[in-house]
Write a new protein. Structure first.
Lengths: 201, 201
């Protein structure tokens, strides 16, 4: 069908399956593999296997880990009484990159989405509730996305956590840092006004 | 430094080295590897090795091949007396996809570019001249890019092929099919007018 060799065609197909990679980029990436040093590509090939074989999810929080529990859960300096609940490990990593959060995490691995057939039972909510009781958690920070599914999940969680009488907070809505008011949508502006904070003196 | 495990970090670095892949996309791709089926990823890993080990360049034309000579050069139905000269194997594949060209190819593996220290000796020009004589080539089609380096290379080639008294042509300049005149630059418009063709009746 094409002037590519069989293995090149297979490699392009592998790249095309990746999120956000179209036919053109997949071809460019396959050519990169062809042109790069054998040493680099043997490393690339083996690191893919290594990720599949060694990386799993932390038994406690759901973060990526090469051991049973992850480096964050194992870190004695982290405050285990504050738990930030996120949708996916990527969200955890994003918050972690900010370098300011000193509590621990809980990954739900999704959000409540009836249209996709995902109810509370499909998420790691039971584990969260058990953890709150067991670890004497004082505060839960809900850091779901700000869309319909994220809001539904946050609401469901807060209703289920409220009986446990601990502090529940939702990450703040507002203007992104560096953001220009001209480009902010109405809904965000209203939330930013509602969530206004006194200026520290 | 990050919440990623060591192998995930390594995998992200591998993806980041690819052309046009930034940090965000590299992370998404690494997560794809993590989430995809083991079967698919073992295949992905092995096909990378296969490409490095098995794919080479055709001894005659420079096309990708798993044997000494490529499927195009081996194809008895292709007209060996018409040779289309291209910069890179990707260009060859692009022309091949159109499905209309029935001649053979010659890949230069670059263009003349004095600023990058690439002269005619660095390209597969000697091989092209030898091939013209040996295979009794009747026509050479110059399909280099339409930029300074491509034009220089086309000029150099046509000067060196002219003494052999064969037909030399350059792929046509003009308005892209489906193109809107409003968006065409002046230089292309001038070339399109100069290269006008009589309308068939």
């Amino acid at each position: 069908m094409s002037a590519y060799t069989k293995s090149m065609q297979e490699l392009i197909e592998c790249f095309k399956k990746m999120p956000g990679i179209g036919a053109k980029t997949a071809e460019r990436m396959a050519f990169h593999v062809l042109k790069a040093s054998s040493e680099d590509m043997i490393k690339f090939s083996s690191v893919i296997r290594k990720v599949k074989e060694e990386v799993r999810f932390c038994k406690i929080c759901g973060n990526l880990s090469e051991a049973e529990t992850c480096s964050i859960c194992n870190d004695q300096r982290r405050d285990k009484t504050i738990v930030c609940v996120v949708e996916e490990p990527t969200d955890l990593i994003l918050i972690e990159k900010s370098g300011r959060y000193k509590g621990v995490y809980h990954v739900l691995f999704g959000v409540i989405s009836p249209l996709d057939g995902i109810g509370p039972e499909e998420l790691r909510i039971k584990e969260l509730l058990a953890r709150i009781k067991q670890d004497k958690v004082k505060e839960i920070i809900l850091a779901m996305d700000s869309n319909a599914e994220g809001e539904t999940t946050a609401l469901y969680l807060s209703e289920n956590i409220q009986p446990l009488k601990i502090k529940i907070s939702r990450i703040a809505y507002g203007i992104p840092v560096g953001g220009n008011l001209d480009y902010i949508d109405q809904a965000t502006l209203i939330r930013a006004l509602e969530g206004r904070l006194p200026v520290a003196k």
